[in-house]
Unconditional design. Structure first.
Length: 145
């Protein structure tokens, strides 16, 4: 009987440890304090299971350059997650796919601020692409929205 109790205790501990180890990916967002659409994007990420911390920066383009994202892909915020850069209003599903596939890349970008992207909700959305940015700054279409 004691062995059975010990066995169940070990099973419970191993299950709890596994669930604890599978925590939400942490996203660090660098944005201007006065940008309201960035807040909408942060909420979109949180609603989709990401743990998000925000950092207000005075000079978003300088911070983007410091992190290594090409300027021509710029938007209103830059984020980091698991070693990747995320520029602009990238949908959470695209980030989850990136983290699952783990390509050799700098990260993802949605340049500018397209109407209809997460955080830029609009009654007149426009089609836009999420771009995969390679380590040298070249891009390819990762997803179409």
């Amino acid at each position: 009987m004691m062995l059975i109790r010990l066995f169940f205790a070990l099973v419970l501990l191993s299950t709890a440890g596994g669930a604890f180890a599978q925590s939400a990916p942490r996203v660090e967002v660098y944005k201007n304090a006065s940008c309201s659409c960035c807040g909408g994007w942060v909420e979109h990420l949180r609603d989709n299971g990401f743990a998000v911390s925000t950092h207000d920066v005075d000079d978003v383009p300088a911070n983007r350059k410091k992190l290594g994202m090409p300027e021509d892909l710029g938007s209103c915020h830059t984020a980091t997650v698991n070693g990747y850069l995320i520029e602009g209003h990238v949908p959470a599903a695209d980030i989850k796919r990136l983290l699952k596939e783990k390509p050799k890349a700098l990260g993802l970008a949605v340049p500018a601020m397209p109407a209809g992207s997460p955080g830029m909700e609009s009654s007149s959305p426009v089609p836009y692409d999420t771009l995969l940015v390679d380590p040298k700054g070249s891009t390819s279409v990762y997803a179409r929205h």
